[in-house]
Design a protein around this ligand. Sequence first.
Ligand code: CMC
Length: 431
Amino acid sequence: MTNKSYELTDPSSGTRTALPVRSPTVGPDVIDIGALYREQGIFTYDPGFASTASCESAITYIDGDNGVLLYRGYPVEQLAEHSSFIEVAYLLLRGELPGAEQHAEFERSIRLHTMINETLLRFFNGFHYNAHPMAMVSGVVASMSAFYHDTTDITNPEHTEIFSHRIIAKLPTIAAAAYKHSIGQPFVYPQNHLDYCSNMLHMFFAVPAEPYEVNPVAARALDLLFILHADHEQNCSTSTVRLAGSSGTNPYSAIAAGISALWGPAHGGANEAVLAMLNRIGKPEHIPKFIDKAKDRDDPFRLMGFGHRVYKNFDPRAKLIRKMCHEVLEELGGRDEPLFELAMRLEEIALKDDYFVEKKLYPNVDFYSGIIYKALGIPVSMFTVMFAIARTVGWVAHWKEMNNDPGGRIGRPRQLYTGPAQRDYVSVEKR
Ligand code: CMC
């Protein structure tokens, strides 16, 4: 708390309320309006939470004007260059980078939890082959509480620890099962001598009839993408996990709620939508027509992969992914070079356009990530699942932080009611 405060005076009664100001480690001050309703009987109104801090958090910091993203204080660029997804997961969950022994012990625990209950596998047979993988994955994750019910006491730190390792370790296995089901191939079991991303690629692309070598370039690219997607403070899906979790619900259900929120095209579903958009544009000469559509207020079309609620200068993740695109396409044989060329041309044209400049719309993390996933052979319908695997780490870190918050209460927003005032029931003959 600072010694600053804002004062709000009720114009009719003259009641004054001092609203204390809290200062974060970095970033803008926050006015604590907790006493407002109690003292003045009014609510605040902020649709989309554009000016509202919903909680206190020590995990991730974003400076949207300067394109800064820090995980536990470490710039994402440094983590992308020097760290690994598993190390970043440890950092996000526990607050500090692990020592060598802690790292080895954490990684070992994740590796040992990769298998899923065999009965859970049978769930996939209940889905039609062309069910969207996000639908299958959110359904199966929600059902995990029925299989791992022995460790869902959210007040027990040991249970919380096992839950967090299980969900992080098993999500790639569940994703791979959804993929194999959709293409009619047999499920491939995890190989625990492989690292996290290699294991995932193996489960996706190996078949029992053939030997399969994971391409280390592909595994490293995936690891980098996962680092960049691991957390992003109070975004839509993370806030959903917190809100669902605030009721004390089963942690698997809270994560399943986050997966559902991520699916939307305004959030994680944008990576799939970008590919669809690029395919629809087709050729560089069609770009101006689509730019005009995106600017037309009467046309619902938006440039997918452009714009962000917080980043108003550039998205640091997009910068890193763009660079990675060059490297990956070069090393993997440039299978999707024309798509990448088209994306770069679209970016170039949009960034010079007054509409995009004035509204500060820049490419976001999803603009180029789909091109890399495609180059790795991952089908378009699985893109958002990839995002979900990485973001699970952030969801779990926030869920844990929320649970350990001594001032934590159930999330329960209020509203500005615009429906009819009280009225009397009218019998059907008189309506
Ligand atoms: N194309 C065209 N116009 C846009 C776009 C776009 N991609 N994004 C925003 N605008 C315009 C919008 O029409 C509005 O104009 P006006 O002020 O005239 O009404 C203005 O810019 C502000 O947009 P907003 O929708 O109020 O901004 P928001 O902060 O509520 O939404 C967003 C942010 C990311 C949902 C939005 O920019 C968008 O829909 N982008 C495309 C989808 C996308 O790429 N999503 C991925 C986000 S990053 C990864 C993640 O979060 O998972």
